[in-house]
Design a protein. Structure first.
Length: 499
């Protein structure tokens, strides 16, 4: 029996869902188990010295023993020419993503006895042609023919609207708060299809991991800096920090349904417990959540849609389960957002529904499941060309490399440089510069996601200002003069100045 596969290659977790066509009815979808205890698997790759790459929970276990051979959060490095070193060996982020995708398809194939007949892979809506081409290269490495790319908000909206008629012109906002990033996208139903309106908004380095670190900073302050004083060079204390980070994550998730939790902190020679209430937690994360609401407003402004014109707001991503998120979004748009008990699964389930709609044996009603071929991506905005971007080097193992900041400083990831407050969110009217989009030359046509080819080289034709030419000329003259003087000094033809 034919089946389809939808894959959500997230920054921190990987999710996959199966789609089964039905005769005349809506597509049936179900999550596929990737983890040891959950359906999601951590987006981690481990490079053994004498074996193929490991992914998921198996990689996470080996990373505890040898963190230098593990990579995390490498999705954001896609397209960066700087390789990642795992155990002293270089790896391109494309190879690591291909390893996760390949292992996911292998699990599905082993479970059903045959490979999926259609595969849909999701990507952020803010990605431009350059990064979409790089993601298509991931499929090429895995030798998966016919793989389709779909924007994540379209997949999420497909899941939320499955089995329901779509009204022409219906406008939907997607609020996606995941583990590491936030995205806001506005969609409209046109001809039964979901299309992106305006420019999606994205905030990097803002998500569930930030909230975990806020909890960790709270624990550190409550324990008079006992967490900050841990010696990460000591393997035992490094493991204790890893365990405490896990306790902070569980506490954050528990506060979505409970009003109070007790966080256990195992420290050298002692075990401590810290009480954390939901109001305390909301005070920690409120400034960051306020930034996401501002980004949602910018996405609405770009789409030229007023909050009152929205038909629905969808909450997507595991961190959107925080009760404060629903309250802030409702205050911002004037309507209660639509939620799901498992918002982490929305993108993968929607991708599976779209993939099932691509099967040749299925002719679904467009009002029940959408078929996106070709997919409508928003146009790329002018951004910093690839050779001028400074790659953010991400240590391979967060669990053993993290450090906590002093209690009087905001809790941020120590493996990334902290941004000043005025750069963490954009000011009104400021253009969004997102590293996941690239600009094409005005005369160069946009690449379709299914096309293969090298990244656009429009930056070779960037205009050079007269000021830049003058600076380059001065630098060249200085370098030539320095070389000539050095040669004369070496041959003794030019005496050294006397003191």
């Amino acid at each position: 029996m034919q089946y389809a596969l939808g894959v959500d290659l997230g920054t921190t977790f990987t999710g996959a869902a199966l789609g089964h066509p039905t005769a005349g009815g809506p597509v049936q979808t179900e999550m596929m188990s990737l983890g040891d205890r959950t359906v999601l698997a951590p987006a981690i790759v481990f490079a053994p010295t004498d074996a193929p790459l490991l992914t998921g929970d198996a990689a996470a276990r080996r990373a505890l023993e040898n963190p230098d051979a593990a990579a995390r959060e490498f999705k954001r490095r896609l397209g960066d020419p700087t390789p990642l070193l795992l155990g002293g060996r270089p790896y391109d982020p494309t190879e690591l993503l291909a390893a996760i995708l390949s292992s996911t398809v292998t699990l599905a194939t082993e479970g059903y006895g045959q490979p999926p007949a259609a595969i849909v892979l999701t990507c952020p809506a803010v990605w431009g042609p350059y990064h979409r081409t790089q993601l298509a290269g991931v499929a090429e490495l895995t030798r998966l023919p016919g793989l389709q790319l779909v924007p994540e908000p379209i997949a999420a909206a497909t899941f939320y609207t499955a089995g329901q008629p779509r009204r022409e012109g219906e406008v939907i906002a997607v609020y996606d708060l995941g583990g590491e990033t936030f995205d806001a996208t506005v969609l409209r139903v046109v001809g039964g299809e979901l299309q992106v309106l305006g420019d999606p908004e994205s905030i990097d380095w803002l998500g569930g991991v930030d909230f975990d670190e806020s909890v960790l900073g709270y624990i550190d302050q409550a324990l008079d800096g006992a967490v900050t004083s841990l010696d990460l060079g000591d393997p035992t204390e490094a493991i204790l920090l890893t365990q405490l980070q896990r306790e902070c994550l569980l506490a954050k998730e528990a506060l979505s349904v409970e009003n109070e939790v007790s966080v256990r902190a195992l420290l050298p020679g002692a075990e401590r417990h810290v009480r954390l209430t939901r109001p305390d937690f909301e005070n920690l994360v409120r400034p960051k959540l306020a930034a996401t609401v501002e980004a949602l407003h910018r996405a609405l402004d770009s789409a030229r849609v007023k909050p009152a014109e929205l038909d629905a707001v969808l909450l997507v991503g595991g961190s959107s389960r925080i009760p404060l998120v629903s309250r802030l979004v409702e205050e911002a748009v004037g309507m209660a957002p639509r939620t799901n008990p498992h918002p982490k699964h929305a993108v993968a389930l929607g991708a599976a529904a779209i993939a099932a709609g691509l099967l040749p044996t299925l002719a679904p009603d467009r009002n029940q499941t959408a078929v996106h071929q070709p997919v409508s991506f928003p146009p790329a905005r002018p951004l910093i060309p690839p050779h001028r971007q400074t790659p953010a080097l991400i240590p391979p193992a967060r669990s053993l490399d993290q450090q906590t900041r002093p209690p009087d400083q905001p809790a941020l990831r120590p493996d990334h440089p902290a941004l000043p407050p005025d750069r963490q969110t954009l000011r009104p009217g400021q253009q969004t510069l997102h590293p996941d989009q690239q600009a094409l030359h005005p005369d160069q046509p946009a690449l379709h996601p299914d096309q293969q080819g090298p990244p656009p080289e429009s930056w070779l034709h960037d205009p050079v200002s007269p000021k830049q030419l003058l600076i380059g000329l001065v630098v060249a003259v200085v370098l030539v003069a320095t070389g000539v003087c050095a040669g004369l000094f070496a041959r003794g033809q030019l005496p050294w100045p006397s003191s």
